[in-house]
Design a protein around this ligand. Sequence first.
Ligand code: COA
Length: 169
Amino acid sequence: MSSGESAPRIVPALPAHMPEIVAIYNAAMEERIATSDTEAQTLEDRQASFERLRDRYPFLVAVDGEEVVGYANLYPWSPRAGYRFTAENAVYVRRDRRGTGLGRRLLGALVEAARVAGFRHLVARVFEHNSASQALHVSFGYRKIGVQREVTCMDGRWYDVGLFERILR
Ligand SMILES: CC(C)(COP(=O)(O)OP(=O)(O)OC[C@H]1O[C@@H](n2cnc3c(N)ncnc32)[C@H](O)[C@@H]1OP(=O)(O)O)[C@@H](O)C(=O)NCCC(=O)NCCS
């Protein structure tokens, strides 16, 4: 049950959080605003990737009472050794909690966790029509490198994606 009285806490993700994380991800996927996945992610796949990456890649959740209301995580940009200090980031806020400052808190905490974990370069790929996410990343010092035009196709429609970088020193 939601406490409704204090701000959600940002804490490291646990396996028990994964069902709500999958629900948040799949709901955003349906909106065609945040990911190029077109099929719902399964809990098994999410649990497996969480276990595979959790030692190295920070994964944070925003928890309000017992509810997960958002999350932010890092994952590999490339498996090639030279890119080991580079990660891509994701940030998702449950639809009914957007616009309340949670995305800002989650991304801020994730950037700090990335720094502590020794990452040097963060990448974000953001749809050109996702103005909320583009503004959020820019406000955290991400630089827009460019736009990949017609790089993804969903429901028979082509989409442009902005590419952002953030150097951590
Ligand atoms: C993008 C997202 C994470 C932002 O989180 P949020 O909690 O709604 O955002 P916040 O309330 O923390 O606002 C942070 C900043 O984002 C921007 N922003 C948020 N909502 C916005 C909107 N509707 N339009 C334009 N900018 C917006 C603003 O720059 C805002 O800063 P400000 O309040 O100082 O102006 C959230 O909207 C979301 O989960 N969207 C669906 C998933 C997604 O798109 N993830 C990113 C994939 S690249």
